[in-house]
Design a protein around this ligand. Structure first.
Ligand SMILES: NC(=O)c1ccc[n+]([C@@H]2O[C@H](COP(=O)([O-])OP(=O)(O)OC[C@H]3O[C@@H](n4cnc5c(N)ncnc54)[C@H](OP(=O)(O)O)[C@@H]3O)[C@@H](O)[C@H]2O)c1
Length: 252
């Protein structure tokens, strides 16, 4: 039986690299999700093996339910769910940040991931088989100025992943939180709302992680023997590390 891998956010960055990586396996069936229909169609043309695409917004709970019903109707059971769709918007301090941006991040990074999990986990439990890979971030553990709501959404992903593990103890279902640092994808272009110069500036003079680096790590996490569960995997490029805590000397 083909292994069924479902990837959200497959039209770009980590999700796209994962789709390419897993597509090279024999006997794999890919279910690829994103909003950009044209890119999904290109993927169907370019990837080997059985690829199905589903164009919907993970903020749309009804669309997720419809997706789950489609799978049930075609007797398709997901073996690996890669909850990757997500975004950051803005870098302003909290008092100047857009509430709309905060809500979009919460609706996508938290609620979208939660809804996808809620829709697909029961069939994994029924079969006593599955693996959920959540895309967290170093931002889930380490705060930085302007990170506010984005960091908080990824802290949710980290703790939600651990809690899933606690609930699923005794079942052959793995849950992994993959937490990358600086990686060059469309992430910063989205965060800077299309300002390419600002997005590029972040990566200039760095050797950031690539989407392929993360796909390699996710692939390894999935392919480890079934008795091994990577709970949390934090990865940064070598050129990135923590700075000192800030102390303001102008306040007295
Ligand atoms: N790049 C980094 O530095 C970095 C570091 C740590 C963690 N991450 C996390 O890694 C994940 C992937 O990011 P990336 O770096 O690969 O960014 P990316 O290149 O911008 O890709 C994001 C993907 O998410 C999809 N997406 C966004 N909103 C969506 C929605 N509402 N419904 C459905 N799909 C949606 C996008 O597809 P459509 O636009 O076609 O819908 C796209 O395929 C995110 O969760 C991000 O927070 C990124």
């Amino acid at each position: 039986m083909a292994e069924v891998i479902c990837i959200t956010g497959a039209t770009s960055g980590f999700g796209l690299a994962c789709a390419r990586k897993f597509a090279n396996d024999n006997d794999v069936e890919l279910l690829l999700i994103g909003r950009r229909e044209e890119r999904l169609q290109q993927l169907v043309q370019s990837l080997p093996g059985k690829v199905q695409t589903f164009s919907f917004d993970v903020r749309n709970a009804e669309a997720i339910d419809q997706f789950a019903r489609t799978l049930t109707d075609s007797n398709t059971q997901v073996d690996v769910l890669i909850n990757n769709a997500g975004l950051a918007l803005g870098t302003e301090p909290a008092d100047q940040a857009s509430l709309e941006d905060w809500n979009t991040m919460v609706d996508t990074n938290i609620k979208g991931l939660m809804h996808m999990t809620h829709a697909l986990l029961p069939q994994m439990v029924d079969r006593n088989k599955g693996h959920i890979i959540n895309l967290g971030s170093i931002a889930g553990s380490w705060p930085y100025p302007g990170g506010n709501a984005y960091c908080a959404t990824k802290a949710f992903v980290e703790q939600f992943s651990r809690c899933l593990r606690a609930d699923l103890l005794g079942k052959h279902i793995r849950v992994s939180n993959i937490a990358p640092g600086l990686a060059e994808t469309e992430f910063s272009l989205v965060r800077m709302k299309g300002d390419k110069a600002k997005a590029d500036a972040l990566y200039n003079d760095t050797q950031a992680l690539t989407p392929e680096d993360i796909a390699e790590i996710i692939y390894w996490t999935v392919k480890l023997p079934a008795h091994i569960n990577i709970n949390h995997l934090e990865v940064m490029p070598t050129c990135q590390a923590w700075g000192p805590l800030n102390i303001d000397k102008t306040m007295v």
